[in-house]
Design a binder for this molecule. Structure first.
Ligand SMILES: [Zn+2]
Length: 75
């Protein structure tokens, strides 16, 4: 079994990604889950060869969106 990828676990969304997360969350909070807080949005972090991919998912309609800031990978 591989070791836990702590770097991935600790990875923080950058400013652009946080904004995209909030936009997605608010959109779905309004139409899908008015009773929950914004944090009900599921965030998935996935390591790739070039950077960490961030996907958000609505807990209600299960819509997913890739909010990765690919520009941030080019540093
Ligand atoms: Zn939704």
């Amino acid at each position: 079994m591989p070791e836990i990828d702590y770097d991935l676990f600790e990875h923080k969304l950058n400013e652009k990604e946080q904004k995209a997360y909030v936009v997605f969350g608010k959109e779905h909070k309004a139409s899908c889950y008015p009773d929950y807080t914004l944090s009900a949005i599921e965030v998935t972090k996935e390591r790739t060869d070039k950077g960490i991919k961030i996907t958000v998912k609505c807990p209600e309609c299960k819509a997913e969106e890739d909010i990765t800031d690919y520009e941030g990978w080019k540093k």
